[in-house]
Design a protein around this ligand. Sequence first.
Ligand code: XMP
Length: 251
Amino acid sequence: MSFKITMECSARQKDSNIILALDLVSDSRSTLLSKSLALLKKAQPYICAVKINHQLVLPLGLFSGVKKILKTAQSFELPTIMDCKINDIGNTNRVIAENYYNAGFDAVIANLFVGWEEGLQPVFEVAKHMEKGVILLCYMSHKAAGEGYGQTIQQYNKPTSQYVAFAKKAIEWNADGAVVGATYPEKIKEIHEILQDKVPIYSPGIGVQGGDLQSAVRAGARYLIVGRTIFNASDPAAAARQIREEAHLRE
Ligand code: XMP
């Protein structure tokens, strides 16, 4: 089953399109692991997947601490995404993807700026071989995103936006998803018109970064990636449930 379908099944089964960004911090590694596991257990009824980034992999280690979190996510039948934004030469990219997939991640996030040949081609090859997913960055959520993703480039002697060219590559390469920041709903709409139902949009940036859930969903975001708005709440499970319900109202 492709990662795209795995996510659709999970969203249906969990009745949620919320992906928990598990980005806790702690001075103690054992506290970080126990807090992350506790948060996952509390939020799991209201989410359809878990996203982890370097904030956990660096202090906990991939095959030690993070693998325990992946096993817990699997026990709740939650797909897992590694937000590693793969961005090197192909030979290294292949090893990065293999390690994350071998640890148990179901998908990785990669940066389209490195291109296909000797860039992301090896990542897609490994993903196909291991039946895993690749999600591509089309437009990031932070303030400076436009400096790269919003540039005007020349393609076939015609000016076009970098993110439009990236969205077309996401279809061409048969990506499992495209990340577009919830902080730029107009970009979600434009990219969704290109991707339609072929490549689902994953949207981070709701809440703390200033993105509005309703605008993102109305513009075409399929999955909402949420971290601090859930885990900094006094009751993270209630916050996750509320965000899930708000997203439902707009579907
Ligand atoms: P918050 O706490 O702001 O966390 O809800 C957002 C999560 O999403 C990640 N993030 C991104 N990941 N492209 C990505 O692939 C982006 O544009 C982007 N913006 C935020 C961030 O690392 C955190 O885990």
